[in-house]
Structures are given as C-alpha cells and as structure tokens.
Design a protein around this ligand. Structure first.
Ligand SMILES: [Zn+2]
Length: 268
C-alpha cells in the first residue's frame, strides 16, 4: 500500500531527494511514523485496516500543513497481534522484535537529524509496546511521541457511538466506518457479522486486563457492531483525528524535545 496526498505534494520520506531531506531538517520538520498491523478484521474488512488508518491520517496531516515540512516515514506495517492468529490473514511480530523494530526506525530517523518524531499507531495490541518503545528511546535521549489514534478523540467516540460505547472495536462500528470512508471498495458489507462476547472478564477485572485474547472471545473475530457503520461517520471521526494531529504537529514543531545534554548530563 502506497499512499500519496491528492494534492501531489511530496511528503513520503522514501521519495524525497537528499537536498529535500536536508532542507526539511533545517525547517524542524516533524516526521510521522505510521504504525499498524496485518490481521483479520472480520469477514467484511481487509487485513490492513490498522495500518491504513494511521497511514491515511499521516498523509492528510502532512498535506494540510504548509508552514513547515511534515515527512511521512515508510509505515511499520507489521505489529504485535499474536491473539488474532486464530483467523486466516494475520501476520504477527513477536513482542521484543516489534519493540526493537520501532526503536531502530526511530533511532535512525533521529540520527539523520530529525528530532520531532511522532509514532501514530492504529492497532490496540501495539498500544503498550509503542509506549514501551518510546520509553526505551527516551533512555537513550531519543524522543518519539507515541500516539494511538483513537485516544485523540475519546470524547467524540463516546458521544457519537450508536452501539460500541466509545470503543474503537475491531471491525465494528468505527473501524468499519473509517474503512467505508477511506476505502469503501475494499469492504464487503454483505459478509459483515456481529459477534457476541463468549468469554469476558467482569468490568472490575477488565479494567486491569491489558492482554487481549480474541480467539477465545469472538466467534468471527469481530468486536463491535459493523451494522451501524457508515462512510459519513467515518469521515466525521477522521476529520476530528486529522484536526488533532495537525494541531499536535504544529505544537511539536514549535517546541524542542528535552535533551539530557542541556541539563548537564554525562549523556552525549
Ligand atoms: Zn483494527
């Protein structure tokens, strides 16, 4: 999957020439690293839902900002999703490998001279590992923000949900809506199903249960209700997410990441 902005603006790291990348460094560019997963998303959605959403967000954000460059790094397409292996279509990395990949990608971007890095993640199983990568990098004086996109619009998700109670779900109300908006031709609503939870912790336990286990929870690997999804809802949510990411990139561009050396540390 290769996405370019509809305007034709050059924003993809891998397509930029050396002098363009150098100019971007001088202009304190923000680099967005889309992070996702290849995994089953129910019978009606393609396998790349979780990378397609942050990738589109990154491209549209880079297209919308003109005062300074926003560069979109090649997406980290594979994620940590062992728990979706029960359905055909899933390809997963091991936890340590995934964190190591994120760290190496961000280290390299930083070493090139780009010091405003934003990882935008689109997969629930990556949430904690992406945080972990960010924490590990900070230890080395490399600073990368770790965003999981739906956390930028929790209030809207809660307020606008007809069925899924503010959850991004999995092939449910919101992921299906976003897909219908972004890539409707890849969704087959005739195949959609709504799964019932067949094993679930009680609410007090669930609050602390950070380990998903979809193979046991769902008959068809769907979390949420795809039948209330629509392209209009997807567009409405996408626009809010894009607005928030644009604002964050502007804020990040204007501020400097903390560096140990500025505080007299022994670190280089
Ligand atoms: Zn998903």
């Amino acid at each position: 999957m290769l996405i370019r902005p509809p305007s034709g603006k050059k924003v993809l790291w891998q397509e930029m020439l050396r002098h363009e990348l150098r100019a971007a460094i001088e202009q304190r560019a923000v680099v967005i690293v889309p992070v996702g997963s290849v995994e089953q998303h129910g019978p009606h959605c393609p396998q790349d839902v979780d990378i397609s959403i942050p990738y589109h967000l990154a491209i549209r954000t880079a297209d919308a900002i003109d005062e300074f460059p926003v560069v979109v790094a090649p997406p980290v397409t594979y994620g940590f999703t062992h728990y979706n292996m029960g359905e055909v279509g899933t390809i997963t990395l091991g936890l340590e490998v995934f964190i190591a990949v994120l760290c190496d990608v961000c280290r390299s971007i930083w070493a090139n001279g780009f010091h405003r890095i934003v990882m935008v993640n689109g997969h629930g199983g990556n949430l904690a590992p992406t945080w972990a990568a960010s924490v590990k990098l900070a230890e080395e004086d490399v600073w990368a923000l770790a965003i999981t996109y739906w956390n930028m619009a929790t209030d809207e998700l809660q307020a606008w949900s007809e069925a899924d109670e503010g959850s991004i779900g999995h092939g449910g109300e919101w992921e299906t809506s976003l897909q219908l908006f972004l890539r409707g031709e890849l969704v087959d609503m005739n195949r959609a199903v709504k799964d019932e939870w067949r094993m679930k912790f009680s609410k007090p336990v669930q609050r602390y249960a950070q380990f998903p286990e979809r193979r046991r929870e769902m008959a068809n690997g769907v979390m949420g209700d795809p039948f209330v999804a629509s392209a209009e809802k997807g567009e409405k949510l996408f626009n809010v997410l894009q607005e928030r990411l644009v604002a964050l990139c502007r804020e990040y561009h204007d501020s400097d990441p903390p560096r140990y050396r500025e505080f007299g540390s022994h670190c280089p």
